[in-house]
Design a protein around this ligand. Structure first.
Ligand SMILES: [Zn+2]
Length: 128
């Protein structure tokens, strides 16, 4: 990758990171809104659950994005964390924060099985 390629990647990662970091307002919406009306309770609980789900998902993504930006700074970006082979450029284009090459990712997905964390990874990573 050329230096300008890396700069372009960094910009993509940083703008995605900005979107992925849960806003303070969203966090607070989970903890306030205690309603007295029992009819509203069910709906509120559903919304809270959804917000928690979104925050968890965004936090995972934000962590991956930050790690990718760190690897850019260290000069280890685009190298598989597992086998240390270069990750295919096509895969990096689809998933700029990819940590593993497709082979290691598939192995990791098999290990993760049907766990919740694994499902997130699988959904995102299968795009490549
Ligand atoms: Zn690998």
């Amino acid at each position: 990758m050329t230096k300008s390629d890396l700069n372009a990647v960094r910009q993509i990662l940083e703008s995605q990171l900005k979107e992925a970091v849960p806003t303070r307002a969203l966090r607070e919406s989970i903890f306030i809104d205690q309603v007295a009306d029992p009819v509203d309770m069910t709906q509120q609980a559903g919304e809270r659950e959804m917000a928690v789900h979104n925050i968890n998902r965004d936090t995972t993504l934000a962590r991956r994005l930050r790690a990718a930006i760190e690897r850019l700074s260290e000069g280890s970006y685009g190298v598989c964390l597992e086998c240390e082979e270069y990750i295919a450029p096509k895969r990096l284009k689809a998933i700029p924060w990819a940590e593993l090459c497709i082979r290691c990712q598939e192995a990791a997905d098999r290990l993760a099985g049907g766990s919740k964390a694994g499902t997130f990874t699988t959904d995102r990573m299968k795009a490549a």
